[in-house]
Design a protein around this ligand. Structure first.
Ligand SMILES: [Zn+2]
Length: 339
């Protein structure tokens, strides 16, 4: 058995874990915008605080069971904005994992929706919550809203977590965000971002989500920015993201080494340095990129977060995983009935 620090999932949506099994949408989405309209924007408007709580607990549990002790979350619930980030933070604390959350501001629900989203970020962070300022994406925001979010982040001394050029619909992001970004920003996806863009920040690569949405391959090795690995809401298993990131890179360049994708996984510790103090003992050794790229089913046996054992013999110690799965399933049924 081998030991590593706690892993960091650099882009997650804890609110999305109740989506699996949802009823088929009214129409078949044929574009990225269509996927947002048919699936995610119907789901997020139906969320209430109870659903958010159990969705976050389920996602936090699955992260812990994959050795991920730090989650960079991007949250949206347009009909349950106020208090939502605290619900997410409490859910993760109960399970025993760390979270750095943000409310994704958007103009899709009018100026009042954007204002309330900004206010939720301000409230959570100024009350001491571990947060960033969230923006959904530049293509759903006016320049005024983007500037307000960037100014709020400056005022609070934090970065901004935003989706950038995930699909072709967001190709104007480099223009709309010109002059606003800093090294503290987190830029999720960047699939359609030109290589010679001028945006500052860490690029968050989510290979499984990009394949699932048929948006293309980001090929993040082409960027000068730091790159970190996320799941975009499809579980919390960063080793799975690493393995996929490696073979995706290999598919366009047969000389690629798994060490590159592993270095992206390690960038997670720059975003949540506290996770580097956590200890994960694994079912496999050595935890080396050349081994892990070709080894499936590696799982944590013991996890220690902030000096406290939160998983022992492969089982969470702070919560009952059977209860979390049962309650999440009840909330999923409520959510699906609203769609
Ligand atoms: Zn995302």
């Amino acid at each position: 058995m081998d030991t590593t620090p706690g892993l960091v999932c650099a882009h997650h949506h804890l609110y999305s874990s109740l989506a699996r099994g949802m009823p088929a949408p009214p129409g078949t989405a044929t574009t990225f915008q269509g996927i947002l309209e048919q699936i995610w924007w119907r789901l997020d408007t139906a969320l209430d605080l109870d659903m958010i709580e159990w969705s976050a607990k389920l996602a936090a549990l699955e992260a812990l069971e994959a050795g991920t002790t730090g989650i960079v979350d991007h949250h949206e619930s347009p009909n349950a904005i106020e208090g939502s980030l605290s619900v997410v933070a409490r859910a993760c604390a109960e399970v025993g994992v760390r979270v750095l959350t943000a409310y994704g501001v958007t103009d899709r629900h009018g100026l009042d929706g954007a204002r309330r989203g900004l206010e939720e970020n301000r409230r959570f962070i100024s009350e001491g919550g571990n947060g960033l300022v969230g923006i959904h994406a530049s293509f759903t925001c006016s320049r005024e809203t983007l500037t307000a979010a960037a100014n709020l982040a400056d005022e609070l001394g934090v970065g901004v977590h935003i989706h950038v050029c995930e699909g072709p619909e967001d190709h104007e992001a480099p223009i709309k965000l010109k002059g606003l970004t800093s090294d503290q920003w987190l830029l999720a996806h960047c699939v359609h971002l030109p290589t010679d863009h001028e945006l500052k920040g860490t690029i968050l690569h989510n290979p499984m989500s990009n394949l699932n949405n048929a948006v293309g391959y980001a090929n993040p090795v082409r960027f000068a920015n730091p790159v970190a690995l996320g799941t975009d809401g499809i579980g919390g298993n960063v080793i799975e993201s690493f393995r996929l990131a490696y073979v995706m890179q290999r598919s366009v360049d047969v000389t690629s080494s798994p060490e590159t994708a592993w270095s992206w996984l390690e960038t997670g510790w720059d975003l949540m340095p506290e996770a580097k103090e956590d200890l994960v003992t694994w079912s496999y050794q050595p935890m080396d990129p050349w081994h892990l790229a070709f080894t499936s089913g590696v799982r944590p046996i013991r996890v220690e977060v902030d000096g406290r054992v939160v998983l022992e013999d492969g089982v969470p110690t702070m919560v009952d995983p059977v209860e979390i799965r049962a309650k999440a399933s009840e909330q999923a049924a409520r959510l699906h009935a609203r769609l």
